[in-house]
Design a protein around this ligand. Structure first.
Ligand code: ADP
Ligand code: ZN
Length: 218
């Protein structure tokens, strides 16, 4: 199954992606995670991406397209994948189309996670992430057992540099300008599935699974 998880920053793409990984046994391909790893490792891609990310701007298309192309062609993605945070611009979506076509593959669905602006702001401003394993928490809604410490591995929790209030507003504006046009792009292809994800998590997750039930091939 080849799907895109789509939604505003803070919609919960990463959280739902992790659930889908467990359910379908296909990898999550998160450009945000890949870029953060590159920054941490200090690779040339990381150096190049860092400034854009800090400001909440998009990293240039060519850079992320190359990352995703390499990743999708790896063996573990042969049976399917969950794209999280990619594509984010029309040129990225076009490049994905071309690549999948070349590989004789196609997308099964684009799942749009729908959530209120208010929830998004609470999520992003309260988000804390583990410096070691990447687990996420929220100071308002999903606290760790011990403040500032990861329940899973005991390492320190931090706020992502791009989760500062000014940067959050910029990320949301960038989404509206560059990424929202993809809603129409995928709707026209008949791939878009809107899933209402406000409210209790377990119920929202149930709706995410239900939306995919009809397209599941794996
Ligand atoms: P969120 O969806 O919460 O904004 P991500 O982890 O997906 O978080 O992305 C973090 C940052 O990484 C983005 O603000 C952007 O700078 C960069 N990034 C991630 N994916 C892409 C992409 N497909 N194209 C361009 N930049 C990207
Ligand atoms: Zn951890």
């Amino acid at each position: 199954m080849r799907i895109i998880l789509f939604g505003e920053p803070g919609a919960g793409k990463g959280t739902y992606a992790a659930e889908l990984v467990k359910r379908y046994g296909i990898p999550q391909i998160s450009t945000g995670d890949m870029l953060r790893a590159a920054v941490k490792e200090g690779t040339s891609v990381g150096h190049h991406a860092q400034e854009y990310m800090k400001r909440g701007e998009l990293v240039p298309d060519a850079t992320v397209i190359e990352l995703v192309h390499d990743r999708i062609q790896r063996q573990d993605a042969a049976k399917g994948f969950i794209l999280d945070g990619f594509p984010r611009t029309v040129p990225q979506a076009d490049s994905l189309d071309k690549l999948l076509h070349k590989m004789h593959n196609e997308l099964d669905a684009v799942l749009k996670i729908e959530i209120s602006k208010e929830t998004i702001l609470t999520r992003l401003t309260g988000r804390r992430v583990c410096t070691n394993c990447g687990a996420t928490y929220n100071v308002a809604t999903m606290k760790p057992q011990k403040e500032g410490i990861c329940d899973k591995c005991g390492h320190e929790l931090i706020q992502r540099p791009d989760d500062k209030p000014e940067t959050i507003l910029n990320r949301l504006a960038v989404y509206q300008k560059d990424t929202a046009p993809l809603i129409d792009f995928y709707d026209k292809k008949g791939l878009l599935k809107r899933v209402q994800c406000e409210g209790p998590y377990a119920e929202a997750l149930g709706r995410v699974f239900a939306a995919l039930e009809k397209v599941a091939k794996v």
